[in-house]
Write a protein of this length. Sequence first.
Length: 433
Amino acid sequence: FEVRAYPTQGGVLILFTDITATRLEAAEQVRQHRLEGLGLLARGFAHDFNNSLTTLTGNVSLARERHPEDAELQSMLEEAQAAASKATGLVQQLMTFARGGRPIRERTRIPDLIRRILTEQRLRHPEIRYQYQVADAGVVANVDPAQVGRLIENLVTNSAAAMPDGGVLIVRSSRVTPEGVLKIRSSHTPADEDHLLIEVIDTGHGMSDQDLARVFEPYFTTRRENNATGIGLTVCESIAKAHGGFIQLQSKEGKGTIATFCAPLGRRPEELGEADGVPAYPNFEIPVLKSSLDEEDSEALLVGTRILILEDDAPIRRLMAATLRRAGHEVVETKEGRETLAVYTEAIQRGERFHLLICDLTIENGMGGVETMRRLLQTDPDVLAIVSSGYSDAPAMSSPAAFGFKGVLPKPYAPTELRAAVHRILSAHRIIP
């Protein structure tokens, strides 16, 4: 309380003012400024590291494919690939923490997502008894499955770490109305639609009030493991806010913890409106074509397609070209947007058009993917292109169709993911050379 005294005729006037809200708001502003600074640093680091990881994981994968008979080499490469995968997960956490942008949304069956995560967790922590309680087995949300999956995984991992000697871990998912959201957090202004509610409940050691007040601070952790980074819950909070929702924790020492995530289910992409002053462009969804051909047969039909690459990072460019040529495609490499425009235009004039273009979003000191695509569309409205970037929060990555792209390829990616993205786009548009 703030106390003020004012002399009056024949006495004194004393005012007691509750300044709890003011102090909490000031503390939150300080915390947000710190997060913004750390976010900018993390974003730049994560982008550069993603490029390096793409080269590393890609070449390890190609080496494994080319030497399947060498068991000793396969074992060493498998360990290298596992370490790279772990590094990829950490970078994805950093990008989620740093982004503050829009999720790459798609219609996601929440029960399927949760069951997959719990199945993986059971293998790591067999001493824990896992329960999944689902109120709506068919609930589908328009969310970023990678982000929301990361959020659930972080919460479940924290709960498991709080029960080293075993215990019970319960995950609940349900659908709640806006009125129900207000009962969970009265200070939140819910969207005018049903919300997704996920609760993670454990019987672990719980937290003190002092620790509970700091759980969303970057790099704060109560875990003693060497691999505890202290950004897991900070990432969860970023994901929740990016989805228009919130996350909150309730905990008592010796009793356990309840973590709650709540966010709008999300309308269909074409019904999404404005959010936080940024247009929510409709998401591009690749149609699934019914075919009697299996994947190997359909890939054989796509052999010989002509693919143009725009990528300024030489090791990644060489990796992409080697991967696609090994799959039977004809590949031309470019490293700057103007060069891409010239090569594409000349090919059309010769009657040898490219079937697909793969664009890096950001070209250092040159024309990037968005401007290149804008100009290409003026020349060829039917150009088929995929955008790729380590900045997964960029508008072109979250809303590719708004910029003319037909798909996205987030970095880092493995050769199998590159081939799958190419196959998916070409098959969806019935491209047969």
